[in-house]
Design a protein around this ligand. Structure first.
Ligand code: TYC
Length: 106
């Protein structure tokens, strides 16, 4: 009974289709929120220190947050975004400023 192989039986051939779709890791926007109390120079310093911006870039972005209420200050992997948010919140708290930094999936 060699001709009576059932599909999926011992001598059937299984063809596996491999879809090569590249999985990009999700990215997260890190945002700074405006408030009425944190000094402008402190925010500029935060942007220089934790986001590697020049003084001019940092000053411009600080003004954007000041005028618009919030701005994206960088886009990172989950782990890096979480670290940046933690560093900024910690630094602001230690200096007793109410500066808020949050992250959101892009
Ligand atoms: N609005 C603040 C002030 O006038 C400055 C400021 C800018 C605070 C950006 C927070 O994320 C911020 N002193």
């Amino acid at each position: 009974m060699a001709d009576k192989d059932e599909p999926g039986g011992p001598s059937s051939v299984v063809l596996t289709e491999t879809k090569t779709r590249t999985q990009r890791p999700p990215l997260y926007k890190v945002m700074l929120l405006n408030d009425d109390y944190t000094p402008m120079e402190f925010v500029v310093h935060v942007l220089e220190r934790f986001f590697g911006m020049s003084h001019a870039q940092a000053f411009e972005l600080m003004l954007t947050v000041h005028k618009k209420g919030l701005a994206v200050v960088g886009v990172f992997s989950y782990e890096v975004a979480e670290t940046k948010v933690g560093q900024v919140m910690d630094f602001a708290r230690r200096h007793q400023h109410p500066l808020q930094c949050t992250m959101e999936k892009e």
